[in-house]
Every structure is written in structure tokens, then in C-alpha cells.
Design a protein around this ligand. Structure first.
Ligand code: THU
Length: 133
């Protein structure tokens, strides 16, 4: 995490974490990512009294990405708890895969990894094409 972009993403994610709406779990999450064109997008978790419809921080991030013009994600991280980097949940790894692919760099508690590392053998659009024939 020596590249300056990681520090920028960490600060953005921690600022977004402050805005999380997490009255049920009390676990605040902030997520931030860089887009190939230099934009930084982010999100925070938004919980609901119907617990199962909670939006993870990554949902907000992907929504901002698409709503502001799309593009490929190059660097991603999320923070939880006291503001330390945490792993994105399994569902959100799938969301990230869609918009970053195998080469997306993901900061983890165990160092910087690729999406390929954190979501091996991912379900992808190619599977849909097979079903189309
Ligand atoms: N959460 C996220 O926002 N992203 C993740 O990748 C993991 C979990 C949120 C969902 C819920 O509001 C809280 O963390 C506790 O699970």
C-alpha cells in the first residue's frame, strides 16, 4: 500500500464510514475506489429495519460509479470497525468483479491482492453466453 492512491482511498473510506447508517449492527463500513479515468467513488453501508435488505457500502460505491459515467475500477478498499481495512463480503466481491475484473487491486488486511486472488473462479458474463447457444 505504498502508492499514494491507497492513502487517498483510505481517507475517503474513513470519511464515508462516518456517514454510515448502521443503527442495527452498529458496524460502520466505508468503501472507496479509483476509476481508470482518475475519478474516486465511494459508499457507506445503509441498514434497514428489515435487516436483509441492508445495502453494503460497496452497493453505494457501484451505484456512484455507474451514475457518474461508469468505467473500470483499478483500486478498491473498504474499512470497518475502528477504521481498519477489511475484506469485502462475498456478494460485494461479485459486484466488484463486474466493474473491475480480475486485475482490480484490492487492499486487504493481508496486503494488496487482485480480484483474481479474492474471488477465484468467478461467475462471469461468459457463463451467460454459453447458456445462450
Ligand atoms: N457490510 C458492508 O457494508 N460491506 C461488506 O463488505 C461487509 C458488510 C456491512 C453490512 C452491515 O450493515 C454491516 O456491515 C454488518 O454486517
Amino acid at each position: 500500500m505504498d502508492e499514494p492512491i491507497w492513502q487517498e482511498l483510505l481517507e475517503r473510506a474513513r470519511a464515508l464510514q462516518e456517514r454510515a447508517y448502521a443503527p442495527y449492527s452498529r458496524y460502520r463500513v466505508g468503501a472507496a475506489a479509483q476509476v481508470e479515468d482518475g475519478r474516486v467513488v465511494g459508499g457507506c453501508n445503509v441498514e434497514n429495519a428489515a435487516y436483509g435488505v441492508t445495502l453494503c457500502a460497496e452497493c453505494g460505491l457501484i451505484s456512484e460509479l455507474v451514475a457518474t459515467g461508469g468505467g473500470r475500477l483499478t483500486h478498491f478498499l473498504c474499512v470497518g470497525g475502528l477504521g481498519d481495512v477489511v475484506m469485502p463480503c462475498g456478494r460485494c466481491r461479485q459486484l466488484l468483479w463486474e466493474h473491475g475484473g480480475p486485475a482490480l487491486l484490492v487492499a486487504t488486511p493481508h496486503g494488496v491482492k487482485t480480484m483474481q486472488d479474492v474471488l477465484p473462479d468467478a461467475f462471469d458474463v461468459e457463463e451467460l453466453q454459453e447458456a445462450d447457444t
